[in-house]
Design a protein around this ligand. Structure first.
Ligand SMILES: [Zn+2]
Length: 225
């Protein structure tokens, strides 16, 4: 069993290291971030760690260390961006032309409140052209398993909500993200979706929905070698 998945190959530009720790990787904050970053041969001294709050806040990072109340980071520096997830979507952003990277923690709340749009806007602030940006949607809970209340369903366009015969509302967060990205100027063909559901793949991923409060977390990382 692998302890992590390496997504670096999805970014066809030299030096990008992207990946995520898996369920077999022991979740033991804060040392686990240093360990996973070292496994990707990146510098543990350069780690950025946000205190995630399901906000829509995206920060342009200039130095390593902690950041309060943040669910997205963008940087032009040689930093290693990290977030933790267990059902929410880790969204990896890479502009290989402007040499900018970004990592977003995107659950339904953040997505409804515009974290994806904020992320693209921060990239543009750093002179990125969204047409050049490559986006990778990591393992996360998908429409097969993501039942939401009526209140949550009403936050989104009904085309992304499927009603089951039992009257459950199943939401397609990845589809919503994809449409927000293309609306922001990202090229459809530059959006890569791993297409694995954290709830379905119980051997491989932690899932808050499946495991509840005792659920561990996967650490998503993104940096330049
Ligand atoms: Zn599923």
């Amino acid at each position: 069993m692998n302890h992590y998945s390496d997504f670096s190959e999805f970014f066809p530009c030299g030096g990008i290291k992207a990946g995520i720790s898996l369920k077999q990787f022991q979740y033991f904050p804060p040392e686990d971030r240093k360990k996973i970053v070292s496994l990707f041969e990146l510098n543990p001294e350069q780690i950025v760690i946000p205190v995630q709050t399901h906000s829509n806040n995206v920060v342009i990072c200039t130095k390593s260390g902690g950041i309060s109340n943040t669910d997205g980071m963008i940087t032009i520096e040689k930093l290693v961006l990290t977030i933790q997830v267990a059902d929410c979507i880790p969204i990896y952003l890479v502009d290989p032309v402007a040499k900018i990277i970004g990592l977003l923690h995107a659950g339904w709340r953040g997505i409804a409140n515009g974290i994806v749009l904020n992320g693209i806007q921060k990239l543009i602030q750093l002179n990125s052209n969204p047409q050049n940006v490559i986006v990778f949607l990591g393992p996360s809970i998908r429409q097969c398993c993501f039942e939401v209340s009526l209140d949550v369903a009403l936050e989104f366009d009904s085309s992304f909500v499927r009603n089951t015969r039992k009257g459950e509302r199943m939401i397609n967060l990845q589809g919503i993200v994809r449409s927000q990205l293309t609306d922001s100027g990202v090229n459809q063909k530059n959006i890569i979706d791993i297409n694995e559901c954290t709830f379905c793949f119980g051997e491989k991923y932690h899932s808050f929905r499946r495991e509840g409060k005792s659920a561990g977390r996967m650490i998503a990382i993104l940096g330049w070698k």
